[in-house]
Design a protein around this ligand. Structure first.
Ligand code: S3P
Length: 174
């Protein structure tokens, strides 16, 4: 089988990393996995519970362990990440970094319009206070932009359009 360089999907909470990843694998030979899912299975606990019971520092340490494992053990995979995972020092060694970008208000609107909006908001500890979340967004956005090999503006695009754009840009970037 053709060996594919991993794609590491970064971006703010709720921007649609998981949805785009699931669409991309329908149209390519990539596998997909999600760093939050890996952490939940390692700990056998939901992210929210990890934040409450063990604290954010513990969660960030788990992200670091996952990043090390991904670098050495995973290939041919589109890895979607939690919104803070981009801080991993070895991020670029894991794969091509693709940013899903969107203005803060559009991200919130996207979550609120989702049929499972309540659940989507509730499961994210750092989205409980929207004023704080906006501050976090403003802090992170320049860092996301600086790290990205590829940027996809997801505003006004369907998940399918985003996934096609991603595959095209990854191909051109190879
Ligand atoms: C976080 C984003 C979350 C999750 C955790 C922390 C962050 O993932 O990893 O709640 O720091 O932005 P999503 O980006 O999938 O919501």
């Amino acid at each position: 089988m053709l060996s594919l360089k991993n794609i590491i999907l970064i971006g703010f909470m709720g921007v649609g990393k998981g949805s785009v990843a699931r669409e991309v694998i329908k149209h390519s030979n990539y596998m997909t996995m999600d760093t939050d899912d890996l952490i939940e299975s390692i700990e056998n606990k939901k992210i929210k519970k990890i934040f409450i019971e063990d604290g954010e520092t513990h969660f960030r340490n788990l992200e670091k362990d996952v990043a090390t494992w991904l670098e050495y053990s995973v290939k041919n995979t589109l890895i979607s990440t939690g919104g803070g995972f981009y801080k991993q020092k070895n991020l670029k060694k894991i794969g091509t970094v693709v940013l899903l970008d969107s203005p803060f208000d559009k991200i919130i609107k996207r979550i609120k319009n989702h049929p499972n909006a309540f659940k989507k908001l509730k499961k994210r500890p750092l989205l409980q206070n929207l004023e704080e979340a906006k501050k976090l967004y403003d802090e992170r956005r320049p860092e996301y932009l600086a790290l990205a090999d590829i940027i996809i503006d997801v505003t006004k695009k369907s998940v399918l359009e985003c996934s096609k754009e991603l595959l095209k840009k990854v191909k051109n970037n190879a």
